[in-house]
Design a protein around this ligand. Structure first.
Ligand code: AMP
Ligand code: GLY
Length: 435
C-alpha cells in the first residue's frame, strides 16, 4: 500500500522510518518531510490546509492511509474531509481534536465523566477570572484555551503574576487562542506521558515517556517544543499505568463516544503523578515530538496495522511488542532557539555520527541542498539511542551527537537526568545490600 505522512518534524521522520519497515508498504510520500526522509519517502509540496489538493493527491497516488503528524491539520478538519472521500486516515476528527484544541473542552469532559484533573474555571472576562484567582490563591495556573504552540501556560507564583497573565491572554497575546482562558489549581508531583491508540471504542496501550520542555540544563529557562525525551518513565509503574487507563483513558473513550464524537487516533496524555495517583494535565491528539522518536525506537512490531486499525476498528486486537530496554532522544537546536536563530547553516559529519547500530539521527528542521544538509528550523536534529539502561542510551546518544559538526547548534547535556540519577541510586542500594 501507499502511505502519505503529513508533517515535517522529527516526529514525522521517526514515523516514516518505522512505517518504511512494514512489509505492507510499497511507497511513502512525505508532505513535506525534511532533509532526513529522502531515502525512505518521496517529498511532496502539498499544503495540508488545502484539503482539495490533499484529496486529489491521495486519489492520484492511490494512497491507502494518510498519517497526520501535527495537531493543526487535525483541529482544522483534514481527517473529516478525508473520511468523507473514503480515504483512510490516522487521526481524530476536528471535533474530537478539541481534546487538544480547547483546554476548556477537555476540562468540561473531565468534569462530566469524573476524570481526575486539577480543579478549574473557564473565563472570557478578566474581572471574573481575577476574582476566581484571588479566592483560590497562588500558586495557580493560567492557560490560554486554544493552541498556542506549548507557550500558552503560565504557572503564576503570585496573585500579581496571575492577574498579569489573565490580562496578557485576554488582551490578545496568543491571538484567538486566548479569547478564553482556563484557571487551574496547581498540581504537585512528577510529570509523565502516556500514549494509547484508540479506534473510537477500544484502545491499544503503547508506552510511557518523559520529556524536557525547558531549554536550559536542570530544567530551567523558557519552555520549548521539547529538548529531549526518554521512554519508559520510571514513575509510571504497572499500577500507575493501570490506573491511568482505567481512571483517565477509558472514561475519555466512553465520554467522547457518548457525546457523539468517538476519538480515533493517538491519545498523548500529559499526567501529573500526585499523592492521589495520576491526574490529567492535558491531552494531545497526536504523537509527541520528541516522544514519538523514543517510542518508535522501542517499538518492535509493525506499526502500520495499528495505525490502520485506529481508523477501521479492532485496535485492541493488534499485537504490539516492545524492546523492554529504554530509548532516549537528545534534541539539537539552532543557537538562539526558542528565540530567534540563523537559518541555512551547514551540518557536517552526520553519516559518520549515525553509524552505531543502537543510534539513529532523526531530522527535524533540515533540508538537503547540493548534497549538503542545512539547518532550517529551531529544533533541527534528534539523536536517539537504545540502551540497556537510560544511562547507556544517554551515553550512546551523546557519543553520536559529539561527532556532529554543527557549530551553530546546541543541545542540553543532561537529558534523562532524573532517570539516570534514579538508576545510580538503585545501583548503590543493590551494592549496599550485597555487601
Ligand atoms: P500543558 O501545555 O497544559 O501541558 O502545560 C504545560 C506545562 O505546564 C505542563 O507540562 C506542566 O509542567 C505545567 N502545568 C500545566 N498545568 C499544570 C497544573 N495544573 N499544575 C502544575 N503544573 C502544570
Ligand atoms: N514534546 C511535547 C509535545 O510534543 O507536545
Amino acid at each position: 500500500m501507499n502511505i502519505l505522512v503529513i508533517g515535517s518534524g522529527g516526529r514525522e521522520h521517526a514515523l516514516i522510518w518505522k512505517i518504511s519497515q512494514s512489509p505492507l508498504v510499497t511507497a511513502i510520500y512525505a508532505a513535506p518531510g525534511n532533509g532526513g526522509v529522502g531515502e525512505l519517502a518521496t517529498s511532496v509540496s502539498l499544503d495540508a490546509t488545502d484539503h482539495d489538493a490533499v484529496v486529489t493527491f491521495c486519489q492520484e497516488k492511490d494512497i491507502a492511509l494518510v498519517v497526520v503528524g501535527p495537531e493543526a491539520p487535525l483541529v482544522d478538519g483534514l481527517v473529516d474531509r478525508l473520511d468523507s472521500e473514503n480515504i483512510t486516515a490516522f487521526g481524530p476528527s476536528a471535533h474530537a481534536a478539541q481534546l487538544e484544541g480547547s483546554k476548556g473542552f477537555t476540562k468540561d469532559l473531565c468534569a462530566k465523566y469524573n476524570i481526575p484533573t486539577a480543579a478549574y474555571g473557564r473565563f472570557s472576562d478578566a474581572a471574573l477570572a481575577k476574582d476566581f484567582v484571588t479566592k483560590k490563591g497562588a500558586p495557580i495556573v493560567i492557560k490560554a484555551d486554544g493552541l498556542a504552540a506549548g507557550k500558552g501556560v503560565i504557572i503564576a507564583e503570585t496573585l500579581d503574576q496571575a492577574h498579569a497573565a489573565i490580562d496578557d491572554i485576554l488582551g490578545g497575546q496568543f491571538g484567538s487562542a486566548g479569547a478564553e482562558l482556563v484557571v487551574e489549581e496547581f498540581l504537585v508531583g512528577e510529570e509523565a506521558s502516556f500514549f494509547a491508540l484508540c479506534d473510537g471504542d477500544t484502545i491499544l496501550p503503547l508506552a510511557t515517556a518523559q520529556d524536557h520542555k525547558q531549554v536550559g540544563e536542570g530544567d530551567t529557562g523558557p519552555n520549548t517544543g521539547g529538548m529531549g525525551a526518554y521512554s519508559p518513565a520510571a514513575v509510571m509503574t504497572d499500577e500507575m499505568t493501570r490506573r491511568t487507563i482505567e481512571e483517565i483513558i477509558l472514561p475519555t473513550v466512553r465520554g467522547m463516544k457518548a457525546e457523539g464524537h468517538p476519538f480515533k487516533g493517538v491519545f498523548f496524555a500529559g499526567l501529573m503523578i500526585t499523592t492521589k495517583g495520576p491526574e490529567l494535565i492535558e491531552y494531545n491528539v497526536r504523537f509527541g515530538d520528541p516522544e514519538c522518536q523514543v517510542l518508535m525506537m522501542r517499538m518492535k512490531s509493525d506499526i502500520v496495522p495499528a495505525l490502520m486499525a485506529c481508523a477501521t476498528g479492532g485496535v485492541d486486537k493488534v499485537e504490539m511488542d516492545w524492546h523492554p530496554t529504554p530509548a532516549l532522544s537528545v534534541v539539537m537546536a539552532a543557537n538562539g532557539y526558542p528565540g530567534s536563530y540563523n537559518k541555512n547553516t551547514e551540518i557536517g559529519n552526520l553519516d559518520q555520527a549515525g553509524q552505531d547500530d543502537n543510534t539513529l539521527i532523526f531530522h527535524a528542521g533540515t533540508k538537503q541542498q547540493d548534497g549538503k544538509i542545512l539547518a532550517t528550523g529551531g529544533r533541527v536534529l534528534n539523536i536517539t539511542a537504545l540502551g540497556d539502561s537510560v544511562g547507556q542510551a544517554q551515553d550512546r546518544a551523546y557519543a553520536a551527537l559529539d561527532q556532529i559538526d554543527w557549530p551553530e547548534g546546541f543541545c542540553r547535556r543532561d537529558i534523562g537526568w532524573r532517570a539516570v540519577a534514579r538508576e545510580r541510586e538503585n545501583e548503590k542500594e543493590r551494592e549496599q545490600e550485597s555487601e
